[in-house]
Ligand binder design. Structure first.
Ligand SMILES: Cc1cc2nc3c(=O)[nH]c(=O)nc-3n(C[C@H](O)[C@H](O)[C@H](O)COP(=O)(O)OP(=O)(O)OC[C@H]3O[C@@H](n4cnc5c(N)ncnc54)[C@H](O)[C@@H]3O)c2cc1C
Length: 446
């Protein structure tokens, strides 16, 4: 919270910043203190009362520097916000203070014709950036299913992977993030350039150790992705086909598995429901016939829908990753979810969990490249029956050998592998020595 004795001085200084919009309505303070944490009933309760004292929107990097200077001078907490689509309350100001919205910094500064790397300002929406790249024969390698609305810095600071992960792994894999421009929270805030190595510590750090003002990212060749759906009666046969597809020599951008009870709840534009489990694939044109051959070999339904239509917001991208959870929650808000990797081969763990939890769990898998190998990431839907039940389920998953990435917690570490990353903490020590940025989210610092 802003110290009430200093608030007048603080506000006076903030108001004098050139290129800074102030959002002073109480409704704005509430609105910009929330993200999509209500997917977790636990976070919904824990974060309900968190609210910013002030919301600002810089229109230039210079204004970002000025806000940083004033916040550190008055020791006022500062939480950075992109589009606010995170699921774990990443941009919720749990200690109040200032929320700074970055979505007016949208310039695409450079496209290197030799390396095809792009340098872009923090608040540029992924959809806009991708449109620009497509015009240059390139595209983003990784996109969240919120790609139309989310910002590029929000994705790097708060996301992990998504569409494209089947081919390109996760954002923290070396090679995606090539450099950052960052504003620090030192006594005299600076704008600094970080190379790929130094930028790693700010990747997926929830904006706790530096304000990202621009990013340099690698891109990949643009492909005219085609949508293919494969429907299958038998659950484990569908998983086998899913695995054959993800391991085949075809260029995939998305490979999702949805249990039949999920398919039943999807919006009508997602296709007819025939009681079957469904695979959703985005594949390069020359891979369509191979997917057809795999389907025919197994005697299951194959449907080639043609090139994806990216205009309407009702393509396979919007049925995948956490959009699956979104659609299920719109049918019944008692659905929540988990994120995990099952031990391989997965069938044993699936059977053990099904035996105990039955219809309280519905299976959703995404094909990913994890540390160089193809495997299935699980995002199971879970019926909310209270905190104790969820903890019991998570413990059952751990007992069958699963690795959990808990989406019901607020710190960087608890949502990951539970270990403190000393580079992230060291970067905070260096760039935010007074702990002004997004307090409470980096456990290693707290
Ligand atoms: C339906 C749904 C589907 C989703 N699917 C995916 C998915 O497929 N993959 C995935 O990874 N995520 C997914 N998400 C989560 C989220 O949408 C993405 O991670 C998204 O990229 C976040 O971007 P944003 O601009 O909304 O960031 P915000 O939510 O605004 O911010 C995220 C974090 O980044 C920090 N941050 C933002 N801007 C900056 C900056 N300039 N400098 C420093 N820190 C900054 C914030 O402080 C916060 O900690 C999904 C969410 C929903 C609701």
């Amino acid at each position: 919270m802003i110290n009430r004795l200093n608030i007048e001085n603080f506000l006076e200084e903030i108001k004098n910043i050139v290129d800074l919009e102030l959002l002073l309505k109480p409704s704005d303070q509430k609105r910009f203190s929330k993200d999509f944490f209500d997917y977790s009933p636990i976070l919904r309760e824990e974060l309900a009362e968190c609210c910013a004292d002030l919301v600002v929107k810089p229109l230039s990097v210079h204004a970002v520097l000025s806000v940083a200077f004033i916040c550190q001078k008055h020791q006022v907490p500062l939480t950075i916000r992109g589009a606010g689509t995170g699921n774990y309350g990443q941009c919720v100001p749990i200690k109040g203070g200032v929320v700074m919205i970055m979505t007016s910094l949208t310039k695409i500064r450079n496209f290197d014709p030799d390396t095809c790397a792009v340098t872009v300002e923090a608040g540029c929406l992924l959809g806009e950036l991708n449109k620009y790249l497509l015009a240059n024969g390139r595209q983003l390698r990784l996109l969240p299913s919120t790609w139309r609305t989310a910002s590029i810095a929000g994705f790097v600071a708060g996301g992990s992977g998504g569409i494209g992960s089947v081919r390109w792994g996760f954002l923290r894999d070396p090679g995606h993030l090539l450099g950052l421009e960052v504003v620090t929270l030192e006594e005299s805030p600076r704008k600094i350039q970080l190379d790929a190595r130094s930028a790693e510590a700010l990747n997926h750090a929830y904006g706790t150790n530096g304000i990202i003002t621009a990013l340099t990212l690698s891109t990949c060749e643009a492909v005219d992705w085609h949508e293919v759906a494969i429907d299958c009666d038998d659950f484990f046969e569908a998983i086998e086909i899913f695995q054959s597809c993800m391991k085949a020599a075809v260029d995939l951008f998305l490979c999702s598995f949805l249990e039949n009870k999920i398919v039943e709840c999807l919006p009508s534009w997602s296709g007819n429901f025939r009681g079957k489990h469904r695979l959703l694939l985005l594949v390069a044109p020359d891979g369509v016939s191979t997917l057809e051959r795999i389907s025919k070999r197994n005697g299951v339904d194959f449907c080639h829908l043609g090139p994806e239509d990216k205009q309407g917001g009702n393509g396979f991208r919007e049925l995948s990753w956490n959009h699956t959870t979104l659609h299920m929650r719109s049918m019944d808000p008692k659905w929540t979810y988990l994120q995990l990797l099952l031990p391989q081969p997965e069938a044993n763990a699936i059977n053990l969990i099904n035996r105990k939890w039955g219809d309280n769990i519905l299976w959703h898998f995404e094909a990913v490249r994890q540390q160089g190998s193809q495997r299935m990431a699980a995002l199971p839907l879970v019926q909310w029956e209270g905190r104790k039940n969820l903890e019991m389920l998570m413990s059952d998953f751990k007992n069958v050998g699963a690795i959990l990435f808990n989406p019901h917690v607020i710190t960087v570490e608890d949502g990951g592998l539970g270990v403190i990353d000393s580079d992230q903490v060291q970067a905070k020590r260096e760039y935010d020595p007074k702990g002004i940025l997004n307090p409470g989210k980096l456990k290693g610092w707290s």
